[in-house]
Design a protein around this ligand. Structure first.
Ligand SMILES: [Zn+2]
Length: 83
């Protein structure tokens, strides 16, 4: 089944607008998360999941230095906080 985004210039424009809105929301969320992560770090919570209190894991922290949740809790959080 086609999503129909390429049918006309109008839908193309709409889909580009939606994309840039989404990017802005993601950038905004990233900024908030970076601020939040710095705050957590300042209080000695770096590397500890704020969802379950477990270890986030070195590999994940290397990949995403602003991570404040383990993979499982992040997935749960994203489910609950869809844009
Ligand atoms: Zn967790």
């Amino acid at each position: 089944m086609s999503r129909g985004f390429r049918n006309s210039d109008a839908t193309q424009e709409l889909s580009e607008q939606a994309t840039s809105d989404t990017i802005n929301e993601i950038l905004e969320a990233d900024r908030e998360q970076a601020t939040h992560a710095a705050d957590v770090r300042a209080h000695g919570g770096y590397g500890v999941c704020e969802g379950c209190g477990g270890s986030i894991g070195e590999e994940r922290l290397e990949a995403i230095s602003n991570a404040t949740r383990c993979v499982r809790c992040q997935a749960d959080w994203e489910q609950a906080n869809r844009f």
